[in-house]
Design a binder for this molecule. Sequence first.
Ligand SMILES: *Cc1c(COP(=O)(O)O)cnc(C)c1O
Length: 389
Amino acid sequence: MTLNTARTAADRVVLLNPGPVNVHERVKAAIGSPDECHREPEAQDLLATVGRKVTEVCGGDDTHAAVLLTGSGTAALEAVVSSVVPADGRLLVLDNGHYGERLMRIAEVHRIPVLRLEFGWANPIDLDAVDRALAADPGITHVAAVHHETSTGMLNPVGEIGRLVARHGRSLLVDAISSLGAEDLDIVADHVDWCVGTANKCLEGLPGISFVVASRQRFDRLADIPGRTFYLDLHAHYVSQIGKRTPQFTPALQVLRALDEALDLTMAEGVAARKRRYTDRAEAIRAGLRERGIDLLLPPHQRASSITNAYLSNGMTYDELHDGLKLHGYVIYATQEKSAGVFRLANMGQLTADDITGFFAAFDDVVRQHTAAASPSSPVPAEAAAVSR
Ligand SMILES: *Cc1c(COP(=O)(O)O)cnc(C)c1O
């Protein structure tokens, strides 16, 4: 698309999509690190360091380890789902949105017996139903859940799910891809046995690296489960990365260097402070939308700190709103298939309060032009006419 020809590459685009995010200068600078070989000690140290920091952000300790994968978040999800369920095991998927459904589809591709509790988009997970499903079926060995269901912006109660699954003696896999770094999550206290995260959402790194954090004991025990994929065999990666201190395949080293920097920034800020920063931005977005009479999808207590789903208004389609805002340098995000008429505004990454103010100035301008174009009798202001398409 040549939509934004008026802007140069140096112009900052404000990303209101749920990752990749606007990153800190130090993160961007890190990808310009010297050329290097992944079999050298400094690359091995990098993997170990990033693994340790990622584990710490998840609330793990020395008894835990992180396997780093080169690939987007879904690569790590597929590695876990395909590697941890034994041949005679069964997976229960808790599905209340696009990413819950993705977990089920990954299991199906690998022919893993899967049971799906479908709560419907934007509906909370019914813990009693989960309790009943686990009690009714002792064959379920693993449960998979999404912490922040990015499709609707709903934060699922990971601690309550974890305690319930632990009480039934099953293992819990959590997709924490869009929560880690900005929401409360502690793999020990929350009984998360397999935690999946990615570099380019609330950890504010660049896209290309994802990871799985679990106890070393659990990783060791994967030796008994035959792999279902070659490239995403979690045990093979673990043996290489943790056991031999060398990556199994060539990792995206420069992206890892950027993630290392991003993790330093995350830990210096602290997850609690980052959550407050995100909440401030989200509240500014929500207040701005409400002031304009725009309805939001979820009740406040169900919302994560980094996404707001809002209904389209002013007779505008998503494409009209998106394209108008893009001309002003703001990128918004569509919803996934099942919530038509809704658009998403994420506030992950290095966004300032001014970015949000600027967004609403652009929003008002786009709406004004659309309204003027829709009623030709009212004169179009010269300034608006100049940029309208
Ligand atoms: C972004 C996201 C993913 C992974 O998407 P990728 O494009 O593979 O990085 C998975 N789950 C959730 C909840 C997400 O928000």
